[in-house]
Design a protein around this ligand. Structure first.
Ligand SMILES: NC(=O)C1=CN([C@@H]2O[C@H](COP(=O)(O)OP(=O)(O)OC[C@H]3O[C@@H](n4cnc5c(N)ncnc54)[C@H](O)[C@@H]3O)[C@@H](O)[C@H]2O)C=CC1
Ligand SMILES: O=C(O)[C@@H]1CCC=N1
Length: 274
């Protein structure tokens, strides 16, 4: 029977594979995991002895019709070349490389292709995975991938042209949010007698509570602001500073990341063609 193959067990690969296994949407004896450095797979093999592990992508491809490629962006082409002779028109490749277009991947493998942009937040079964399937992927095959990622996140099906801005908001965002609140905590320590560890702890707990109010409490951003910022009070003055500074900051952030995305895309176009 055909197994499910996962190639690349780094930061994202390990998070997704372990998330899928602990959600029970895949069983250890159904999968083969490949990583260039096979020793990286020792821990997962110890935890789930029924998993088959390898460092041979062609071998994996020979045994799997559904193949998930979780290697870094620049290694995707090399992986497709390694597996090419082993896959058929019926194989379904899912990849997560940011800035690598589906058209580009179709140039190397003109078949069933799905692109997913995951988020580190799936480590705690939260956040959003962005997904786009090409026209070759059947509804059943699309559902299979959507269901896997639904077990570790919310799934949002998007058009390919929306991956860039979308991944800023879901996939790059944990880093942006962490940076913003790290700076807030640092400023808190500089302007008080609290230690940096204390301000970090206070800010993280408040961030968690605010996320719960927004999400579980169904409070919109504006309601949270108006409930806290008492008219004529202290918060109101702080919010005015953020209103002045943040639109430009986020506009610049989006413009910069979208430009970087475009540059990587162009470099990859050349790499995939040559
Ligand atoms: N880190 C993040 O939050 C996100 C990352 N991505 C995308 O995920 C991809 C992977 O990123 P990370 O997991 O952070 O990278 P990583 O460098 O941590 O992991 C890549 C893994 O692939 C393995 N590998 C490389 N070449 C291989 C080959 N030929 N055969 C088998 N294994 C091979 C490496 O040994 C490594 O374990 C990137 O393309 C990135 O754009 C997408 C969304 C979010
Ligand atoms: O920064 C990056 O390139 C990857 C893609 C999205 C999140 N991390």
């Amino acid at each position: 029977m055909s197994k499910i193959g996962f190639i690349g067990y780094g930061s994202m690969g390990s998070m997704i594979i372990e998330g899928l296994l602990s959600s029970n949407v895949i069983k250890p004896d159904e999968i083969i995991v490949s990583n260039r450095t096979k020793s990286k797979l020792e821990d997962i093999k110890k935890k789930y002895p029924e998993i088959e592990i390898t460092d041979n992508n062609a071998y994996l491809a020979g045994k799997c019709r559904k193949i998930f490629i979780f290697v870094g962006t620049s290694a995707v082409k090399e992986v497709i070349e390694e597996v090419k002779d082993e896959i058929s028109g019926d194989s379904h490749i899912t990849y997560i490389a940011a800035a690598l277009t589906m058209e580009n991947v179709e140039g190397a493998f003109p078949g069933k292709i799905t692109k997913v942009i995951p988020s580190l937040t799936s480590k705690v079964n939260e956040g959003v995975s962005l997904i786009c399937h090409n026209e070759e992927v059947t509804e059943k095959e699309a559902d299979f991938v959507n269901n896997l990622f639904s077990s570790i996140s919310d799934v949002k099906i998007i058009d390919e042209e929306n991956f860039e801005a979308g991944s800023d908001l879901t996939s790059c965002a944990p880093a942006f949010i962490a940076e913003i609140f790290m700076k807030f905590a640092e400023a808190g320590a500089e302007n008080s007698n609290f230690t940096p560890a204390e301000t970090q702890d206070m800010v993280i707990k408040t961030l968690y509570g605010t996320a719960k109010l927004l999400y579980e409490g169904n409070m919109g951003f504006e309601e949270v602001i108006s409930r806290v910022a008492t008219k004529g009070g202290i918060t109101e003055e702080g919010v005015k500073i953020l209103e002045k500074e943040l639109p430009n900051t986020f506009d610049e952030l989006l413009k910069t990341t979208l430009t970087k995305n475009k540059k990587i895309k162009e470099a990859l176009n050349n790499q995939m063609i040559n």
